[in-house]
Design a protein around this ligand. Structure first.
Ligand SMILES: Cc1cc2nc3c(=O)[nH]c(=O)nc-3n(C[C@H](O)[C@H](O)[C@H](O)COP(=O)(O)OP(=O)(O)OC[C@H]3O[C@@H](n4cnc5c(N)ncnc54)[C@H](O)[C@@H]3O)c2cc1C
Length: 811
């Protein structure tokens, strides 16, 4: 192989690269499809094209099938050689005019050491057969992308023989279950298969409605359209890149001795006050829920089965798919959309990575930002330049956040032995030392009759834009885009990881956990007989994650949200998804945007009734206009206040002597801080920039007099903090209004005392921190030692940050 082909193969990865090769020869008319069975998966490691430009589509076979090649179209009769000894499959051409024009057949090209060659390859990878496979006889793999090879042996380059090849193999994108069997030698550390659905496999389906992306938003939209008789289920095609339903709601089941323990690697809970649509939808689908953590009243919920055990948050999404499939909808898993084109005036042509082309009269894309961008880059929608720019501006106006979750599986849930069944825990880490940021109540734990318990502990749940918090975990992510990695004690690296993770927890619980109600001696006793975890479920949601490209999204320019949402509807392409919604980071956003599209373009109105007010809710905040235009006040503030929240809003302010803690730890009076100053947000290591100082004159037309109700919090360290009763503050691990903090007695047990009273106030102050920049900080600042909301009056930002129990509905 004088031209260095060997080096280019055997890449264990899943990326693909599209490279244009000049002047492919015209395909022969009516040439029959040429097919070949490939005897072993190993041959796919060495698939070579000689003197041929080939477009290779992957296609996934059902598990257990032999891989095969189909050459659908070609310009010169193909020759397929299988070299069993060398584990090679070589595809070449011979004896047609096109090849002749190029100066020879495969051998010529192959042997010519002087050949100018350009060689582009994207990946192929193989997996060796593994022992102990639960459900398969062997491991599977996938061939990806577009592969092309051009050997320009004689320097005559009029055209290069060309082919369209479908490479079919059991999938490389296996989902965590089969990946686990490939990598972990103890099958008990692997989850059970994902729920199966009846699927369709038409190579050129024709769909009245195509929904791409079997996540929450896509399936909800399809289900609603069927419920409202807008489409017959039989006319709906649901295309999904992976083999599962759920997208970023990703439940793994069947762990533990009874194979009944569940982990949610993605989304895991509803919060009815904040995510009422999701909660109502889950109830409507007939699921029961239990309190996520020990709180009274309960605010957040997990899905449970009839036996009261967690069954995985994906259950409701799977149920929607089941309903659709039962009614006749066609589910096409492992169909990764790669481009959209116009078929004719009526229909779009959808091309999938496996070679399937579908036609769709209506198209709904439920795809997160990064996969959607990949598709749009390859699509030809024949747009004016301005229109193209507008669409890409819209698609670019969100960015993803990197999220990592780590669940450790213990045969004995030692945290219960220490009385730790509820609450969060945290210890900083770095690239060498695992950050500890978990929750005692989150993992699924089962207890036997003898009181002994086993199951998962959520040891880490970290997220940020830069991925700094996730840096320790990067090295454990495998070279594939599946978000879930099972780290088992059956291999050396896994053992080292599990020991390290365990030691970090021991360190925290023996020496650092000042808030816990046990002694160091008790901890030592518990840990002395405690083995490290047996295995871990690591979920890494980042740029490389297939079909997701990150954990969740944030708008980068909140002023353009309305323009950027629904960017392609006039082209008959409806984008739904959490990515471009007004409540990012939550399934609620996915449903809300779906509802908007359903109403606006399909005439389907919101289905459910809620206890909560209308869904567009936000935290009332002091509005910059109202505050700054102190002389131009028009609205009377009858217990409501400023207009920033859009109705029934309130003054959320402090008096001028409130001391703000700056980023460098110094304190400055709130009336002396300036726009651009860096403040501490009160959250570990985080700072925020002041984007507005809101000045609110009292005793004008806004207030009948300058005598107003306030809360006074006295602290020996800082003196009195005087603020409005509704201002959201962060105490005891959650946001509440200052009045609520008094009501629940927060300050009675600290060195601060609080009371509600009437004061004469001339001017109130509030800060907007990183206004309009969602990812920059927690939008908070610290006054007199208390974390206060600094959200300002940005409506979208306020939908994204739950600050108050009592949200004000948009009028
Ligand atoms: C770790 C984590 C925790 C979370 N916690 C919560 C929570 O507790 N509560 C909550 O409400 N929300 C939570 N969320 C957010 C929630 O998961 C998402 O908002 C929601 O699942 C988004 O649903 P969606 O339908 O918009 O998109 P997705 O779930 O991303 O669905 C998109 C689908 O499109 C498919 N797809 C992508 N590209 C292609 C392609 N080219 N061709 C075909 N198919 C494609 C994907 O595989 C996927 O199935 C969490 C998210 C993460 C990552």
């Amino acid at each position: 192989m004088g031209i260095g082909i060997k080096k280019a193969f055997a890449v264990f990865s899943t990326f693909f690269l599209t490279l244009a090769v000049a002047s492919p020869c015209r395909y022969l008319d009516d040439a029959p499809v040429v097919e070949a069975i490939i005897p072993s998966l190993l041959h796919l490691n060495h698939l070579k094209f000689l003197n041929v430009d080939a477009t290779v589509y992957r296609h996934t076979l059902t598990k257990g099938s032999l891989p095969r090649l189909s050459i659908l179209e070609y310009s010169s009769a193909p020759i397929i050689e299988v070299n069993t000894a060398g584990n090679e499959v070589i595809i070449s051409t011979k004896g047609n005019s096109c090849v002749a024009a190029m100066g020879g057949d495969r051998s010529d090209a192959h042997l010519s050491s002087k050949a100018r060659s350009s060689f582009f390859i994207t990946t192929l990878f193989a997996l060796a057969a593994a022992p102990n496979l639960k459900s398969l006889g062997f491991l599977s793999l996938i061939a990806i992308g577009i592969l092309s090879y051009k050997a320009d042996a004689a320097g005559v380059d009029e055209c290069t023989p060309s082919m369209k090849v479908v490479l079919e193999a059991p999938p490389y994108y296996l989902g965590s279950v089969d990946e686990c069997f490939a990598e972990v030698s103890n099958p008990d550390h692997c989850p059970e298969d994902f729920p199966a659905f009846e699927t369709c496999s038409d190579p050129s389906p024709s769909c009245e409605l195509a929904v791409v992306g079997a996540g929450t938003s896509g399936l909800y939209t399809a289900m609603r359209l069927v419920e409202e008789d807008k489409f017959s289920a039989k006319d709906i095609c649901i295309f999904e890149a992976t083999e599962r339903a759920g997208g970023r709601i990703y439940s793994l089941r069947g762990f533990g001795p009874e194979h009944d323990i569940t982990v949610d690697a993605g989304a895991y809970r509803t919060w009815p006050e904040f995510t009422p649509t999701t909660h109502a939808l889950i109830e409507k689908l007939g699921f029961q829920m239990e309190c996520y953590e020990d709180e009274d009243p309960c605010q957040k919920f997990n899905i449970i089965g009839d036996n009261g055990e967690k069954i995985g948050f994906a259950s409701f999404v799977e149920e929607m798919l089941r309903i659709l499939v039962d009614k006749g909808a066609c589910f096409f898993p492992r169909h990764e959309l790669i481009s959209i084109d116009y078929e004719d005036d009526e229909s779009k042509l959808l091309v999938f990575a496996n070679g399937v082309s579908a036609s769709a009269k209506e198209l709904i894309l439920n795809m997160p930002q990064r996969p959607l961008l990949q598709v749009m880059r390859k699509s030809s929608l024949q747009l004016e330049v301005d229109e193209e720019s507008r669409i890409f501006d819209s698609l670019h106006s969100v960015q993803t956040e990197i999220v990592t979750k780590l669940y450790l599986y213990y045969n004995n849930s030692w945290w219960h032995d220490l009385g730790l069944t509820n609450g969060d825990f945290e210890m900083p880490g770095d690239a060498r030392n695992m950050v500890v940021k978990g929750r005692y109540h989150d993992g699924h734990v089962k207890c036997g009759e003898d009181g002994s318990c086993y199951g998962f502990l959520l040891a880490d749940y970290v997220h940020d834009f830069g991925g700094e918090q996730s840096q320790f975990f990067r090295r454990y992510q495998r070279d594939r885009p599946e978000p879930v990695t099972i780290i088992s004690n059956t291999d050396i690296e896994g053992r080292a990881f599990l020991n390290h993770a365990h030691n970090r927890l021991v360190e925290f619980h023996r020496y650092e956990n000042e808030n816990a109600d046990y002694t160091g001696f008790q901890a030592q006793t518990v840990f002395r007989k405690q083995d490290p975890p047996e295995f871990a479920v690591l979920a890494t949601w980042n740029i490389a994650t297939f079909g997701a490209g990150g954990g969740w999204h944030h708008w980068t320019d909140l002023d353009n949200v309305d323009k950027a949402m629904k960017p392609m509807n006039e082209l008959g392409i409806h984008v739904i998804n959490e990515a471009y919604s007004k409540l990012q980071g939550w399934a609620e956003g996915a449903l809300l945007l779906a509802d908007e599209v359903l109403e606006e373009f399909f005439g389907v109105l919101r289905p459910w009734d809620f206890d909560a007010p209308d869904y567009l809710q936000f935290v009332a905040q002091t509005t910059s206009e109202a505050c700054n235009e102190v002389e131009d006040e028009t609205a009377a503030n009858s217990g409501g206040g400023d207009s920033g929240g859009g109705g029934g809003t309130v003054d959320l302010c402090f008096t001028e002597d409130a001391l703000v803690i700056m980023a460098d730890g110094t304190t400055v009076r709130i009336d002396e801080v300036r726009v651009g100053d860096l403040v501490s947000t009160g959250f570990p290591g985080e700072t925020g920039r002041i984007t507005n100082v809101l000045v609110h004159k009292v005793g004008s037309t806004q207030h009948a007099s300058n005598k107003v109700e306030v809360v006074v919090i006295s602290s020996a360290q800082y003196g009195d903090l005087i603020g409005s009763p509704e201002h959201p503050i962060f105490v005891n691990g959650r946001w509440m209004e200052m009045q609520e903090a008094i009501d629940v007695g927060v300050f009675d047990v600290s060195d601060m005392l609080a009371m509600r009273t009437t004061e004469t106030i001339d001017v109130f102050y509030n800060l907007e921190v990183d206004g309009n920049k969602p990812g920059n900080s927690s939008h908070s600042y610290v006054v007199n030692g208390i974390i206060a909301s600094g959200l300002g009056d940005n409506e979208v930002l306020n939908t994204m940050f739950a600050r108050q129990k009592a949200w004000k509905a948009k009028a």
